[in-house]
Design a protein around this ligand. Sequence first.
Ligand code: PBG
Length: 328
Amino acid sequence: MPSEFDLPFRFRRNRRSPALRSLVRETTVTADDLILPLFFEEKIKERTEVASLPGVFRYPEAQVADVVTAAWEKGIKAVLLFGVSHSKDEEGSDTWDEDGLIARMTRAAREAVPEMVIITDNCFCSYTTHGHCGVVVNDHVDNDLTLHNLQKQCVAAAEAGADMVAPSGMMDGMVLAIREALDDAGFEDAGILSYSSKFASSFYGPFREAGGCGLKGDRKTYQIDPANGREAVMESVMDEDEGADMLMVKPGLAYLDIVKGVREACGLPLAVYQVSGEYAMIKAAAAAGSLDEKAAVMETMTAFKRAGADMIITYFAAKVADWLKEGR
Ligand code: PBG
């Protein structure tokens, strides 16, 4: 029967079958896009599940090789290493000790899987007694004193075999300072994945338990105000100018406009971090029967890529790798 309506276009013609839909799909997600964050704790014997992050564990330091090998076998090609420290002090000096936790984890991971892209999270909050991301002087985090310590920390990580250092403390000038220190120490080939546009977000709540960070107060004097979009894009533009190799927006889902803005303003590869609170929300909704976990997670992955991210840092990475394999 001829239609009564003379429509200019019918979008549903391209949606008629799975094969047709995949033919016109604009955005795809692959295991190559994933970075898996891992937590390793010193002085523990058994892995412990993070209560607020079901399925995420703090592994004993002795299991670095096993855990990184298992990730590689699942198809994960990049890991982001976090240390859970029992050796805290005022400044976080364990972070630049050549036999400190960051150096030991990195060496063990490098030895276990030489092909793995090993990225270290470079901050102080899990290594300081006060839980702030740097040196505290008169109740505030001193930017430039922290830069000196960050230089030492990143050189130690590169020395131990990290492909990339990932400074996450939102200190001004951190990329410039780290680049200079790495070059001076002969690590011209070690890259910097800057946590360039990182917001002071409530979505980091569960991380405090995962990372063993007992922060009193907040990070509003150094992380970006969630209300400031232009400023967040400028932060990434500046880090690109300072010599970063990759940029990041963090958190993810509530900041897709920033992902898009940074993508348009910068040419470097861009990562997005689906943070602990985002993971916890999906897990809780799925456990309550309100969401289909796999469908919801894959929808967020697609959204990150559609907004302009090249890479996704997510606690779901191993599961996503599995789901992608099943889908073939
Ligand atoms: C350390 C750091 C944090 C996260 C990654 N690195 C915590 C913070 O800034 O408070 C958050 C990760 C997450 O919530 O999954 N600076």
